[in-house]
Design a protein. Sequence first.
Lengths: 393, 133, 229
Amino acid sequence: MRDVVIVGAATTQFGRAQWSLLKLMAEAAHGAITDAGIERKKIDAVYVANMGSARNNRQAGIASALVDRMNLYPVAADTIENGPASGASAVKNGFLAVASGMYDCVLVVGGERMQEVNNFEATEFVSYLSHRFAEYIYGITLPALAGMFARLWMQKYGVTSEHLAMVAIKNHANALLNPASHLKMPIAMEGLLHSPDSAMNNPFVADPLRFFDCCPVSDGAAAVLLAPADLAKNFKKTPIVISGIGQATDTQAVHERPDPTVLTAVQTASRKAFAMAKLEPKDISLAELHDAFTILEIAQSEQVGFFPEGEGHLALERGVTQITGKLPINASGGLKAKGHPVGATGVSQIVELALQLRGEAGKRQVKNPRHGFALNFGGFGNNVVATILSKGA
Amino acid sequence: MAHTVNAARCNKCGQLSYPTHYYCSKCNATEFSPIPISGEGTLLTFTRAYALSLDYEQLYVTFGIVQMDQGVRATGQLDIQEPVLGMRVRATVGPVRDIGGRDVFGLRFVSVFPDAAAVESDQPALSASPSAS
Amino acid sequence: MMDHLEAMLRPPKLDMAPYPAKHILLANGETMVVRSASLDEVDVLLDAIDPLRTLDRDFYDVVGARLYAELLGWKRHRVRNEYCLVGVIDGELAGIVNGRMFDEKHGISYHTLTLKRGLRIGAHLFASKMEHHIEYLGQDEVWIVAESPIGHRRWMIEYPLQQKFSIQHELGGAPSWVLTRETYFKAKSRLVSGARPVPAHLLEKSYPIRKPDLRTMLIQIGETLEAKL
Ligand SMILES: [Zn+2]
């Protein structure tokens, strides 16, 4: 296998799109192409990550449509749909295509435009990820699955609502430093939980999870350009190496997991990514975790291997996961505040790591990072992709 | 016609699973018999969810995961005012959702001891062992 | 000096009980003062609403245009008993709600307009409006009609409102919904927040009302900037 590097990376503004999904995706792709400083006719193949364009935007075959929008014919093009983990899945497929020697220059674009439908429809659409007969028919939503998970986790490890709010407060603060983020709004503990007005400010969505424990419904797109390491000198920017990828699956119905608090696919995917990169969790300088719900950042920070079991919230308390801490988590603002355009999320996590490793992350720059870790979490943990990026030697 | 929600029992080794999978997780056989989910169980976790899809008109729906004494686990709606982790519940089957103007039936759990929630709160929240029958 | 014709056009004024100001601590740590706006503050409200009247997003155009007209009608003395409550954060306008008394026992909810989104300001202000009708104006019912179906649906379910198709709401919409005194008090602890009295320095800071910066407001609402600036 050839070594694969990221030679271009870009993201659009997350939030409410001002234009169509295709234009959003094209804007991100154009950003990555410009960032790499190449002509677009050099691109051999395009992988497009998206979950819902056929349902929400009345456009199926989104990869072909994007090729047309960008006049990229006759490149090879595939759509990758892996729920909220579509983005990292698409990067993985792009990686394989370059590593195998089949293609030299691969464009990976992830995008979603969810606000074309209303919030009730968006909730319904995302709930299609659950098991159709054992979960969906009951009205189960992703927040409901996360609520049941949070109740168990909090009881088992003594995690409180304040810990959950601390994740949200940290990630909202980080998002203020990220020009592309959806929510640019500081939040504070008192108004969230400790004031008589809190019940109305921060109502339950799926108890014990509240409004500010959940990510927003966002539009946005992100893109990376991949090339073999030996051709990296043809591009403008410092190449960033994709040093490890791991992917794993788990039961679709959450109730079938022997211990519902154990996210087996997170553990397995992470272990595989570390093994491939020949690294350990302690080597990681910063991580982008899939905090669609605040509880997930805490749980994943342990199950990836960064902190011992039951200590993720303690590390959070000590400030370890702040941008200035020993292991910054979600310096970008995370899904919680940067936003969660489903198909774009995995790609945008990788864009963030690439920018951080190049030292181009502006006000949210983590100090001297060497290796970055991203965790993209599909369904409620039934398909997880972990990716490790490293600064070249 | 009485509605049921069925688990699958492997015709070869008797392993119960819910929902149904193509292969038996224990012996890889592919023939199963339907076994209605019924009787009592223990509530493992629950949530009161307020963010619902468009077809719900109530303020919230309570969902839970139950370890059935039968051996399988199941997700369903709870008809329980104040659920408590570890409480004893009984499976019933009733309408759980209206999809396209048609009632869909599923599991609705009720409390076995409707007035004893406080006593039950001392019970273990999560049985440590998986649900193999 | 009012001429004879103008005097005829002006409906006889009905006295309304005042809405005592309150303050709410928001999730971002800021404090919002909710108080009634006076007639001489209408101009600044109109100024803030003006660019929203053509904003085709989440019914901002319909709500903006109708609220503009209602406030203008109030300012020019064409409505007998309209009130307007504002949410003000550090002097800056965050949201507007208005309504009027149909008669002594029945209130009419007009509109709810949020200028700063993501902090549940619309929900706080709508609740304040219900509080005003039931607790301070002493009414038995508030009539409410749907213009933005999704947002309204949330209120219907949250309170919950009851259908009352026998009445015709002034805004012309149908069906009409009502909040009764009984439903209000059942929902109050869950939905109505805020503390009184407002400390003098906070209340002072809510005068004069400043309209939000247009660019910030439009980004907040999520509209195409190019189209509006
Ligand atoms: Zn078997």
